[in-house]
Design a protein around this ligand. Structure first.
Ligand code: DAH
Length: 361
């Protein structure tokens, strides 16, 4: 066999070489690459090759040495990664079962968009418990104990102990306004502490309260026993109804398009005075009137108003110094307007054929 034939024969074997453990690997190294190894011997013989043949033999010989070194390195890595019980050189790259990636829930997408829009004008997010007490959900928000406004928000009560039939004041919150009472109370505490110690503190409050809420409703295409809200609250000196209107107009245009108009209709909530419902111009008919907006050209999207002084006081905020506005919207309602989902139940049924449609909207 000529030297070239032997190089070619060895080259063919390289990729087939295997080592089950470090010892076998070392044996391979000795066999081929050590001073007396087969490849080193070829180099010894190469020295005696006539000048004019050197190039034709040197090139494949170098390739052989490099591919042997690379292959043994690869075997070494396999042994290190898999432990010596696995035969190195074996294919360890079996394709796993494909993992199907999900998409984000349409309500999460809409909630994030609402939060994003308001965060651009200084609102931050506040959180609070879903299992709440009567005081934070109703009492501190100016709902008198027997007031008919409570009937609009019947909910689920949690009994304190087994055997006690009378509902206690622990309940599932009916709106995220309960978070407002918590952040306002904390705000009042901070103000008092700052006044007492002379320390600096932020003297205004601008928060969003997104979250799940519950109501005792029969489940249908238009109502559910739980849904989602985002509420907003701004407390400062000299906050006016014009500030509220401007913030909501900005929101409507960002959410539904620059051509969107809003209108505020007088309404009633125990915790705001004056109170209003906000409508946006129907983007299906451009305000002319259609089946979607029931011929009015407007669709209702949220409730709002100026925080009632009683609410400020119940949280410990001096209502002669501070004023504020608040608003609250249903995330499902906004999602319906954006995506025209006719049946509310689809949002909680987890049917991926429904859920998959929204991520790229
Ligand atoms: N909490 C009200 C509801 O669930 C919505 C609402 C209206 C919230 C006016 C507010 C507000 O903060 O100012 O029906």
């Amino acid at each position: 066999m000529t030297i070239l034939d032997r190089i070619a024969a060895l080259q063919q074997q390289v990729a087939e070489l295997k080592a089950a453990n470090q010892e076998e690997l070392e044996n391979l190294r000795i066999k081929y690459l050590s001073k007396k190894g087969e490849i080193s011997q070829l180099y010894d013989e190469f020295r005696a090759v006539p000048k004019e043949e050197k190039a034709a033999i040197g090139a494949p010989l170098n390739v052989l040495r490099q591919s042997m070194e690379a292959h043994l390195n690869e075997l070494r890595e396999h042994l290190a990664a898999a432990g010596s019980s696995i035969v190195a050189g074996e294919d360890l790259t079996r394709t796993p079962d494909p993992i199907e990636l999900g998409t984000r829930h349409p309500l999460s997408l809409v909630r994030e968009e609402i939060v994003d829009i308001f965060s651009r004008i200084g609102f931050t997010v506040a959180d609070g418990p879903e299992v709440e007490d009567d005081r934070h959900v109703f009492g501190m928000l100016n709902f008198a104990p027997e007031h008919p406004a409570r009937d609009m928000q019947d909910t689920f009560f949690v009994e304190k102990e087994e055997g006690i039939q009378k509902p206690t004041d622990i309940l599932l919150r009916t709106h995220t306004s309960s978070v407002q009472t918590r952040v306002m109370t904390e705000f009042a505490r901070r103000l008092k502490e700052a006044d007492a110690t002379g320390k600096e503190c932020e003297r205004s409050l601008r928060v969003l309260c997104p979250g799940r809420v519950y109501r005792n409703e029969a489940i249908s295409a238009r109502a559910h026993c739980f849904f989602h809200q985002v509420e907003g609250l701004y407390i400062d000196k000299n906050v006016s109804f014009a500030d509220l209107r401007q913030a909501l107009l900005y929101f409507a245009k960002e959410m539904f398009g620059a051509g969107t108009q809003i209108r505020l209709r007088p309404s009633y909530f125990p915790f705001t005075e004056p109170s209003a419902e906000m409508d946006i111009s129907c983007d299906l008919c451009g305000g002319k009137g259609c089946a979607f907006c029931k011929g009015t050209g407007w669709v209702e999207i949220l409730g709002c108003g100026m925080v009632d002084p009683n609410v400020l006081e119940s949280c410990g905020i001096d209502s002669t110094v501070y004023t504020g506005y608040a608003f609250g919207m249903g995330v499902e309602r906004i999602a319906n307007l954006k995506y025209r989902v006719k049946d509310l139940r689809l949002f909680s049924e987890n049917d991926v054929r429904f859920l998959r449609q929204f991520e790229s909207c």
